[in-house]
Design a protein. Structure first.
Length: 104
Protein backbone atom coordinates (compact mmCIF):
# COMPACT_ATOMS: atom_id res chain seq x y z
CA UNK A 1 0.00 0.00 0.00
CA UNK A 2 1.35 3.40 -0.96
CA UNK A 3 1.67 5.94 1.82
CA UNK A 4 2.35 9.60 1.38
CA UNK A 5 4.36 11.41 4.05
CA UNK A 6 1.92 14.30 4.22
CA UNK A 7 -1.22 12.12 4.58
CA UNK A 8 -0.73 11.81 8.34
CA UNK A 9 -0.32 15.57 8.66
CA UNK A 10 -3.51 16.17 6.67
CA UNK A 11 -5.39 13.68 8.84
CA UNK A 12 -4.19 15.31 12.06
CA UNK A 13 -5.07 18.82 10.80
CA UNK A 14 -8.56 17.66 9.80
CA UNK A 15 -9.06 16.06 13.22
CA UNK A 16 -7.97 19.25 14.96
CA UNK A 17 -10.54 21.28 13.01
CA UNK A 18 -13.42 18.94 13.88
CA UNK A 19 -16.02 20.35 16.27
CA UNK A 20 -15.83 19.24 19.88
CA UNK A 21 -18.94 17.38 21.05
CA UNK A 22 -19.81 16.89 24.71
CA UNK A 23 -19.69 13.30 25.89
CA UNK A 24 -23.00 11.74 26.77
CA UNK A 25 -23.40 9.60 29.85
CA UNK A 26 -23.60 5.89 29.33
CA UNK A 27 -26.88 4.07 29.65
CA UNK A 28 -27.48 1.72 32.56
CA UNK A 29 -27.35 -1.31 30.25
CA UNK A 30 -23.98 -0.28 28.81
CA UNK A 31 -22.55 0.29 32.28
CA UNK A 32 -23.84 -3.09 33.45
CA UNK A 33 -22.33 -4.93 30.47
CA UNK A 34 -19.01 -3.14 30.90
CA UNK A 35 -18.81 -3.95 34.60
CA UNK A 36 -19.79 -7.55 33.99
CA UNK A 37 -17.11 -7.95 31.30
CA UNK A 38 -14.49 -6.35 33.54
CA UNK A 39 -15.37 -8.54 36.53
CA UNK A 40 -15.50 -11.74 34.48
CA UNK A 41 -12.10 -10.93 32.96
CA UNK A 42 -10.64 -10.55 36.43
CA UNK A 43 -12.22 -13.84 37.55
CA UNK A 44 -10.56 -15.66 34.65
CA UNK A 45 -7.16 -14.40 35.78
CA UNK A 46 -7.26 -16.83 38.72
CA UNK A 47 -7.41 -19.81 36.36
CA UNK A 48 -4.41 -18.86 34.24
CA UNK A 49 -1.84 -20.98 36.14
CA UNK A 50 -4.13 -24.00 35.92
CA UNK A 51 -4.66 -23.43 32.19
CA UNK A 52 -0.92 -23.06 31.61
CA UNK A 53 -0.35 -26.35 33.42
CA UNK A 54 -3.11 -27.97 31.36
CA UNK A 55 -1.55 -26.72 28.11
CA UNK A 56 1.90 -27.91 29.19
CA UNK A 57 0.47 -31.32 30.00
CA UNK A 58 -1.25 -31.58 26.64
CA UNK A 59 1.93 -30.56 24.83
CA UNK A 60 3.94 -33.13 26.79
CA UNK A 61 1.39 -35.86 26.08
CA UNK A 62 1.45 -35.01 22.38
CA UNK A 63 5.25 -35.12 22.34
CA UNK A 64 5.37 -38.48 24.11
CA UNK A 65 2.73 -39.88 21.75
CA UNK A 66 4.64 -38.67 18.68
CA UNK A 67 7.89 -40.11 20.02
CA UNK A 68 6.24 -43.45 20.82
CA UNK A 69 4.70 -43.69 17.37
CA UNK A 70 7.97 -42.89 15.64
CA UNK A 71 9.95 -45.39 17.74
CA UNK A 72 7.31 -48.05 17.11
CA UNK A 73 7.37 -47.36 13.38
CA UNK A 74 11.13 -47.61 13.10
CA UNK A 75 11.29 -50.72 15.32
CA UNK A 76 8.65 -52.41 13.18
CA UNK A 77 10.46 -51.43 10.04
CA UNK A 78 13.72 -52.84 11.41
CA UNK A 79 11.92 -56.09 12.29
CA UNK A 80 10.58 -56.27 8.74
CA UNK A 81 14.09 -55.78 7.37
CA UNK A 82 15.45 -58.49 9.69
CA UNK A 83 12.78 -60.99 8.66
CA UNK A 84 13.49 -60.32 4.95
CA UNK A 85 17.10 -61.40 5.42
CA UNK A 86 17.23 -65.13 4.45
CA UNK A 87 19.98 -65.99 6.92
CA UNK A 88 18.26 -64.32 9.87
CA UNK A 89 14.85 -65.71 8.93
CA UNK A 90 16.22 -69.25 8.72
CA UNK A 91 17.98 -68.87 12.04
CA UNK A 92 14.71 -67.67 13.63
CA UNK A 93 12.84 -70.65 12.22
CA UNK A 94 15.48 -73.05 13.50
CA UNK A 95 15.41 -71.42 16.91
CA UNK A 96 11.64 -71.83 17.08
CA UNK A 97 11.92 -75.44 15.95
CA UNK A 98 14.64 -76.25 18.51
CA UNK A 99 12.87 -74.50 21.38
CA UNK A 100 9.52 -76.16 20.68
CA UNK A 101 10.99 -79.68 20.26
CA UNK A 102 9.57 -79.87 16.78
CA UNK A 103 10.28 -83.09 14.98
CA UNK A 104 9.62 -83.79 11.32
Amino acid sequence: MKTHPDSLDRLLRAAAQAPVRPLDTLSFATESRTLHAWRSARAGADLRPVLRLWHAGLATAFGVAALTISVSYFAGRQADLDSADPYTATAQQLTVAINSNWQP
